[in-house]
Design a protein around this ligand. Structure first.
Ligand code: AHR
Length: 493
């Protein structure tokens, strides 16, 4: 039996709701034929944003959305995406499939999408191929309240009132697709560009520097050392790729138990990455003023057969749900430093929460994990220790069978999220509860065999169900998680 020791009297940190953030890029069918179908589409929409999708995202309370990239961000020139649509400049999306980008989804459309979903925008600026002036004027265009050239242009383009834009990224992956820079050079570029990303009126910008890829600790060290005082956050990107290399990433749906466990083993590396990057940040910022922003994470497999390799369209199974459950528990546990994360990507790309095909739409198993975990948003993380065994088939690639985290929300409810990562056996769990006199319990569960997934023919093959098997006796909670499952247990005093 696995044991979870919880102490609600020990409040460790606030879990920022932004850990449950998302990422959307001009890539494949994320924007076009994804969240945006255009005003003239027969698919029900409001100002071109598909209604069923907006409603689904509202149900999981998406807090923040990053846009327009990704690698696309450092090729994007925002002025090409405002003004009358028929005269917007076209470009080739060189990173992603070489398709024509007609710029019909630009700043106004993105901010309208965020308004409909009810989330904060996180805009990523262009350092790689853009100018300081361009970045500066973008912020002026969006947020200046008064008479200025950019505020007038915004009004001419149909939006006299300024928007609020808090989160702004200064470049993306500038160690790679964003300009192949060395950390010293980027740190200086960051200091320069961010100077002109101004606060206008009461719009206070939260500036996010480009951080490292995975375990590039030198990048983190150098950028924190040279530019730390000029930033509010620094990013980290980490993808879970189960294949032997980037040319052979393996299938999203056809995999065996060995690859299943390898995927989880690699996803679990997030713990080590966040710990070690946080240690470096602690050296330069012991007060934890600067947030670690994991603004790209998720699984990356071979594209679905017959689809454009540049579109990164992949299916999503219970394996992905377990990756999301594990990752979000890890990020919760590190919420004193990790204050935003953005799964890649929201729709039709990589570990998407939603897939679309024409007028049809489905919610993936990963969506359901965001649903199960949503009560952690802005709740207090409580002390949580787990005693459990390991699961796996190969030595060196085993994972702890049980992953969990717990919080107490503003209404005083305790939410425990627990996942049985084992594909091979049920996991009986006992929860020792201190500092909380639980009187009632309710629970929901997502379970399925490792390859189970939703299709457009069977969109509800995998879905959340009530979890009746939880007992609360004498202050002790016990339950048994089936193989490959995640549950939310809610306790009230
Ligand atoms: O999410 C897909 C790509 O992965 C992004 O454009 C880039 O930032 C990363 O390498």
């Amino acid at each position: 039996m696995a044991v979870i020791h919880l102490n609600a009297a020990v409040r460790k940190s606030r879990i920022s709701k932004n850990i449950y953030g998302h990422f959307s890029e001009h890539l494949g069918r994320c924007i076009y034929n994804g969240l945006y179908v255009g005003e003239d589409s027969p698919i029900p929409n409001v100002s071109g944003m598909r209604t069923d999708l907006v409603e689904a995202l509202k149900r999981i309370r998406v807090p923040v959305l990053r846009w327009p990239g990704g690698c696309f961000a450092d090729e994007y020139h925002w002025l090409d995406g405002v003004g009358p649509k028929e005269s917007r400049k076209k470009m080739i999306n060189t990173h992603w499939g070489g398709v024509v980008e007609d710029n019909s989804f630009g700043t106004h459309e993105f901010l309208e999408f965020c308004r409909q979903v009810g989330c904060e925008p996180y805009i990523n600026g262009n350092v790689g191929s853009g100018t300081v002036r361009e970045m500066s004027e973008w912020m002026e265009y969006m947020t200046f309240d008064g008479v200025s050239p950019m505020a007038e242009l915004r009004a001419q383009n149909g939006h006299p009132a300024p928007w609020k834009v808090k989160y702004f990224g200064v470049g993306n992956e500038n160690w790679g697709c964003g300009g192949n820079m060395r950390p010293e050079f980027y740190a200086d570029q960051y200091r320069r560009y961010q100077t002109y990303v101004r606060n206008y009126g009461d719009n206070k910008v939260f500036r996010i520097a480009c951080g490292p890829n995975a375990d590039d600790y030198e990048w983190m060290d150098t950028v924190m050392k040279l530019a730390g005082p000029y930033m509010d956050g620094i990013s980290l990107h980490y993808y879970t790729v189960p294949g032997p290399d980037w040319q052979h990433k393996t299938s999203a749906t056809c995999f065996d138990r060995e690859i299943y466990y390898r995927t989880l083993f690699r996803a679990a590396r997030m713990e080590e990455l966040v710990t070690r990057h946080s240690e470096i940040m602690d050296r330069y910022d012991p007060q934890k003023r600067v947030a670690l922003v994991v603004d790209e994470w998720g699984t990356w497999y071979d594209v679905e057969p017959g689809t454009n390799p540049g579109f990164l369209y992949q299916q999503n199974t219970m394996r992905d749900a377990m990756v999301a459950a594990l990752t979000l528990n890890i990020l919760n546990e590190h919420s004193s430093r990790v204050r935003m994360a953005n799964i890649a990507q929201m729709v039709n790309v990589l570990q998407a929460v939603i897939l679309t095909e024409g007028e049809r739409m489905l919610l993936t198993p990963t969506y359901h994990i965001f649903d199960l975990y949503q009560h952690h948003q802005d709740a207090d993380l409580i002390d949580c220790h787990i005693d459990c065994g390991q699961a796996g088939v190969l030595d060196g690639e085993r994972v702890a069978e049980l992953s969990a985290s717990a919080s107490v929300d503003a209404d005083g409810l305790l939410h425990l999220t627990a996942a049985n990562l084992s594909a091979d056996g049920s996991c009986p769990v006992a929860v020792n509860l201190a500092g909380f006199a639980a009187k009632t319990v309710s629970a929901r569960i997502l379970a399925g065999e490792i390859g189970a997934h939703n299709t457009f023919e069977q969109p509800e093959a995998v879905k959340i169900a009530p979890f009746d098997g939880v007992s609360l006796e004498g202050g002790q909670v016990t339950f048994t998680l089936p193989p490959c499952s995640a549950a939310e247990i809610t306790l009230a005093e």
